[in-house]
Design a protein around this ligand. Structure first.
Ligand code: ACO
Length: 209
């Protein structure tokens, strides 16, 4: 058993509705597949290149294997694969990965949100909840994220929750068919007096739902 898994996190209220995080589950298959296929143009420029076609990788039958392997990693304490729900409906995912303990206590965080609810604070709220869960129940010391310099929406999200830029990683990740530069951002627990959610609420970007 690992601290912080499984768990429900939130809620925080934003313009789109009530944002909560919860473990991904097998019955997300239908909505996951539909949203991933509908959002292809929105997602593909920013996500790691896959082997099979977009349609095959996001077919409803791809979910059980993916979901089970992510949940197995969660049980081993190496990942935190969460669904982002808005008013109780699946709208995206937020994942904490490469959780390393020992002298690091560190991980990366990444996310995507359905374009139908974009620009309404969902990713910002989900990220704040994910960070508070990582620094709180999971006891991590450092969380990092990498983002393409061109991804203005995601960079805005990272900035809203207080990430600090650490540098530019050249040709870091195979995204959309090419090795792409990424900006590395990070936060350590010392930079979070109180909680990230609390800071978001005080900045007027969310409210306690
Ligand atoms: N130019 C400038 N700012 C922009 C633009 C733009 N073209 N588009 C959006 N923004 C701003 C918005 O105005 C908003 O800031 P504001 O609240 O100050 O107005 C901010 O970007 C978006 O904030 P949210 O509404 O909280 O984010 P949203 O729920 O729309 O989700 C996300 C953003 C996750 C980037 C979504 O668009 C998405 O899923 N994109 C595709 C996948 C992706 O890029 N994932 C992130 C990869 S990097 C990583 O995981 C660390």
């Amino acid at each position: 058993v690992h601290p912080g898994w499984p768990a429900r996190v939130g809620p925080l209220r934003v313009r789109a509705g009530r944002v909560t995080l919860r473990p991904i589950r097998l019955r997300d298959a239908g909505v996951w597949s539909r949203l991933r296929i509908e959002n292809r143009e929105h997602l593909e420029p920013w996500e790691p290149t896959g082997q099979a076609s977009w349609a095959d990788r996001h077919h409803v039958t791809a979910w059980p294997g993916l979901c089970s392997s992510l949940r197995a990693e969660a049980r081993r304490g190496r990942m935190l694969p969460m669904a982002i729900d808005v008013d109780g409906s699946f709208r995206g995912q937020i994942t904490v990965g490469n959780i390393v303990r020992g002298a690091l206590f560190s991980a990366w965080i990444g996310y995507w949100v359905d374009q139908a609810v974009s620009g309404q604070g969902v990713a910002t709220a989900a990220l704040a909840l994910g960070l508070d869960h990582s620094f709180g129940p999971m006891g991590l010391h450092r969380v990092e994220a990498t983002v393409r310099p061109e991804n203005v929406a995601s960079r805005a999200v990272l900035q809203h929750v207080g990430f600090r830029e650490e540098g530019l990683l050249r040709r870091y990740l195979d995204v959309d068919g090419k090795w792409r530069d990424h900006v590395l951002v990070a936060m350590t627990v010392e930079e979070v007096p109180g909680s990230v959610s609390d800071r978001l609420v005080r900045a007027g970007r969310a409210s306690w739902a």
